[in-house]
Design a protein around this ligand. Structure first.
Ligand code: RB5
Length: 142
């Protein structure tokens, strides 16, 4: 499985750790930046990741910014993206099981790295439940 990752400066450290963590688990990773600690604009990286997921260049995405909101708001402007914000493992499970999020977004300034790892692990290992949740997802596009 190929996973795309992105962050702004606030999420850079957790993005770098995510790359090592997932490479160690045998995932293929594509990094859409940023790769600098300089202050930057999260939409530049969110759009790059979203486009890659929509084109099927990667199977899933993981994004970080300070609160997670800038990334989630931008990613969800893309029709093919369901970006879900998670700050604990239970939400990480539900964002896949109920919302089938194809991009996981985390608030790097508000969770520990240990928590981020647990959220990633849970989200990747949880299957989408389908059924009534698919019906609800089908009603999202305008
Ligand atoms: C950067 O300071 C911060 O605004 C950004 O990382 C994010 O939290 C925006 O939603």
């Amino acid at each position: 499985m190929k996973i795309g990752v992105c962050s702004d400066h606030a999420g850079l450290e957790y993005k770098s750790r995510t790359i090592s963590y997932l490479l160690g688990k045998g995932y293929e990773i594509v990094n859409y930046g940023t790769d600098s600690p300089e202050s930057c604009d999260y939409p530049d990286y969110a759009h790059a990741l979203a486009t890659a997921v929509e084109k099927g260049e990667v199977d899933l995405g993981i994004a970080y910014c300070g609160t997670g909101n800038g990334m989630a708001i931008t990613l969800n402007h893309h029709r093919g993206i369901r970006a879900g914000l998670a700050w604990n493992s239970e939400i990480g499970r539900l964002v896949k099981e109920h919302n089938n999020a194809n991009v996981l977004v985390m608030p790097a300034r508000f969770i520990s790295w240990r928590m981020a790892q647990s959220i990633i692990r849970t989200w990747l290992n949880t299957p989408f439940a389908g059924g009534r949740h698919q019906r609800r997802i089908d009603k999202i596009p305008l």
